[in-house]
Write a protein that binds this ligand. Sequence first.
Ligand code: FPP
Length: 243
Amino acid sequence: MPKDPQPELLCGPRHVAIIMDGNGRWAQARGRPRLFGHHAGARRVREIVEACPRLRIKYLTVFAFSTENWKRTQVEVAGLMSLFRRYIIKETRTLAENGVRVRFIGDRVRLDTKLTELMDALEQETKNNDLVHLTVALNYGGRDEVARATKRLARDVAEGRLKPDEVDEETLPKYLDTRVLPDPDLVVRTSGEARISNFLLWQSAYSEYEFINTLWPDFTAAELERLCRNFGSRERRFGAVLA
Ligand code: FPP
């Protein structure tokens, strides 16, 4: 029998989280405005989501807008917000019909109502899907998430629903935006920067990291597959020593 040139990925990462960086540089290299790069980046999200079932990735989390990104120019921020609205409108049907369950994490308070309504509707529309769980981090910051979680936890303590002694490593994650998600196995950052920039701080304590030079609009399913195979060949010890 001919040897399978691409053996099945049996021990790849179940949850991949991606810091999609490099859209601006990708556009600038082509003499185009930064938003041109963000649009190209949004198209890449679709290709990567589509590749997940084949790569046995059940959870994909992407960093679309950080709590720090408000510091960008008004034109870029408004352009990104408009891109998110249009993306949701355009992609809802495809996502819903292809088994993708979409969730958003981050603080919605600062987002405009038109956008949050679309986010709610997309979550609602896809809530029975289970093939791939796509989580979009929008106005997300890891420290902000932990602060908001702590506020809710403190309220539960103050109102007698939780005792201070019951607070431990199992309790706090139940208050995080990601409460229903497993921790990421692999965190990827594109564009050559080796920083985690406030992404999934609590959740990535034991994740593997891949910092790659590719700019996000050039990132392909083939490259993701390579990273998944790489992950499968590493030994994760979670602080223990394996016999
Ligand atoms: C970082 O590149 C990218 C962002 C701040 C925006 C990410 C958004 C997308 C990929 C598009 C939409 C996503 C979804 C889910 C619809 P950068 O602007 O910091 O690039 P640079 O470092 O080269 O300047």
